[in-house]
Design a protein around this ligand. Structure first.
Ligand code: VGL
Ligand code: ZN
Length: 196
């Protein structure tokens, strides 16, 4: 049994992009992504029991998205809307009441943050949520950008290292430094928010 993090009903658990293309065998596989699934699922269970809002985001690209190499971008084609690679990992627990966010839908705009061009911040404020726990993939892109935006928008923001993985090790290191500089708390695996 993993340690609980003390979720409350005014918290949100933001689960970023646990889609098949980001796992081994996918188009943009993040190393060791599988390791976080049981950790995320435990958090989902805790969130359900605590009345914590769960938000699940997905990368939802058109086939000609600007981030793809064929369009001059940095990435192989991945998470194209409606394809198998864009589906959630089948092991991710998705209870009723989850709020879904789809992003990077416009061909001409990159959107790494779940807050960029979405109504997520308003949805959270409407629910009087003041703390956000960010987990998922990838730590050095969508997790980082979502967490930094959440902090800038005034939410008390935590990233759980045990429940995220970066595309590259160096990317992860600089992402954690950038997040901390933006006021995000990076929680190391066995600690609760009060301990950091
Ligand atoms: C992501 C690279 C490209 C992510 C999405 O979810 O972190 N990374 N598209
Ligand atoms: Zn993408």
């Amino acid at each position: 049994m993993r340690k609980k993090i003390g979720l409350r009903s005014t918290d949100a658990l933001l689960i970023v992009d646990l889609q098949l293309d980001f796992f081994s065998g996918g188009k943009l596989a993040v190393p060791h992504a599988e390791e976080i699934l049981p950790v995320v699922n435990d958090l989902v269970d805790e969130a359900r029991k605590s009345g914590t809002q769960i938000i699940v985001s997905r990368d939802w690209h058109p086939p000609d998205h600007i981030s793809f190499a064929a369009q001059g971008g940095d990435w192989p084609q991945h998470c194209v809307r409606g394809t198998r690679g864009a589906e959630f990992h089948p092991q991710l627990r998705l209870p009723a009441g989850v709020l879904f966010v789809s992003k990077a839908k416009r061909p001409e705009r990159e959107q790494y943050s779940d807050f960029d061009g979405t109504s997520l911040a308003e949805e959270l404020r409407r629910r009087a949520i003041d703390r956000i726990f960010v987990v998922g993939l990838a730590e050095d892109f969508c997790v980082k950008c979502s967490a930094i935006d959440a902090a800038r928008l005034g939410f008390e923001t935590h990233v759980l290292r045990a429940a995220t993985r970066p595309v590259t090790r160096e990317g992860g290191e600089s992402a954690r430094a950038e997040m901390r500089a933006a006021g995000v708390t990076v929680i190391e695996s066995s600690r609760s928010p009060q301990d950091v």
